[in-house]
Ligand binder design. Sequence first.
Ligand code: ADP
Ligand code: MG
Length: 255
Amino acid sequence: MAKVISIANQKGGVGKTTTAVNVAASMAATKRRVLLIDLDPQGNATMGSGVDKYDVENTCYELLIDDVPVEDVIITETTGKYHLIAGNADVTAAEIKLMEVFARELRLRKALESIQDKYDYIFIDCPPSLNQLTVNALAASDSVLVPMQCEYYALEGVTALMDTIEKLASVVNPNLKIEGVLRTMYDPRNRLANDVSEQLKRHFGDQVYRTVIPRNVRLAEAPSHGVPSMYYDKSSTGAKAYLALAGEILRRRNK
Ligand code: ADP
Ligand code: MG
């Protein structure tokens, strides 16, 4: 059975997409069968996987709204060696049309049922809001991974997000777990980042990943080349950190 992990934070620019693409590639590099779902209309995870978002036949829209079978929506050729369900501006329309369909919160969950045995991990890159798309992602997931930057007020934001996730989960998915909190774009020379990091560990304990994602320009450059960072610069601190994160996710699952 696949483990389905949503990568969510209602704040934009915290490293969701970077995490989704790089953790998917790292997990695929360990010979796991991986599917990445780009549920963000910006389509950044799609482009970062070497797939042209302007030139895809099917996206999450066809999957969620048109009942196109999931096998027909999956793209099997990506630069990260994982499979992909693409996202682009069409997915904005899906968000609106979801309002009209029956059991709208459970569309993604239903759509993924038939492929649970084909993958070891399914990662979902969520949009930067708690809209109907994110609700679909959380309803379809076993757990949620929350990337965050260690900034002032970050703890407040994440605590509020966790409360919202719990409330949502109690309605659409009572089994949803917190997979972990991931510190991203971390600069150890920044005193505030260290303070926030300590607070975070006090507050969330073992839920905070030991792996920290450093601020690393290679991670920001790789998407413009349409590849995950490990295929752009394997020796970069960013690529190594995401490989370590994949290892930590695997070990947590086995515990
Ligand atoms: P989100 O999906 O949460 O909006 P992104 O993953 O798109 O966030 O990241 C926002 C921006 O920060 C992007 O330009 C990305 O390339 C850059 N970025 C993300 N993580 C890092 C990092 N660890 N080091 C440097 N730049 C990063
Ligand atoms: Mg994003």
